[in-house]
Write a protein of this length. Structure first.
Length: 162
């Protein structure tokens, strides 16, 4: 049976490479008349940093800050998606309807991405290789390798060609 990719999970670290991978997710969703779920995973602070910030700010203020970061990140992703869809690849304003959800979580990227793929019943995971997140952390490499090994659906790994 020939696979159809009706539910595409696009994982982004908001890098330039990830933006290029998004074009693949849009193309596949258009081809199969599917939908795109977007996930961004914010890496957790290490224990010593959480302790320090909690002492300096108080636990409640730190929790509020974490929620604000998630909300701000979700808004930034929505803005970038909107800008992208209004750009060159957009043949019709109707394409924005393909974005079924934008998910922002805190945790370990491979586990969160795989769990989300299973939860939504993704037919395909699309992500970029060698992206760098806003904090300079390498998002893919070991992340993409773990997803390739553990995902229960096909994975499209897009790399930026120089």
């Amino acid at each position: 049976m020939i696979p159809e990719y009706k539910k595409v999970l696009y994982a982004t670290d908001l890098s330039e490479n990830a933006a290029k991978a998004f074009s693949h997710a849009v193309s596949i969703a258009k081809h199969y008349d599917g939908e795109i779920h977007i996930i961004h995973v914010i890496p957790p602070l290490d224990y010593s940093m959480v302790n320090y910030l909690s002492t300096m700010m108080g636990g409640e203020k730190l929790a509020e800050l974490g929620l604000e970061l998630k909300d701000d990140t979700a808004e930034e992703i929505k803005r970038r998606v909107h800008d992208f869809l209004r750009g060159e690849l957009l043949e019709s304003p109707d394409e924005e309807r393909r974005i079924a959800s934008i998910i922002v979580e805190t945790g370990h990227a491979p586990a969160n991405i795989i769990d989300t793929a299973e939860k939504i019943g993704a037919d395909l995971i699309v992500l970029a290789s060698h992206g760098k997140g806003p904090l300079g952390q390498v998002f893919l490499g070991s992340v993409s390798e773990k997803i390739l090994r553990k995902a229960k659906c096909p994975v499209l790994l897009s790399r930026l060609i120089d």
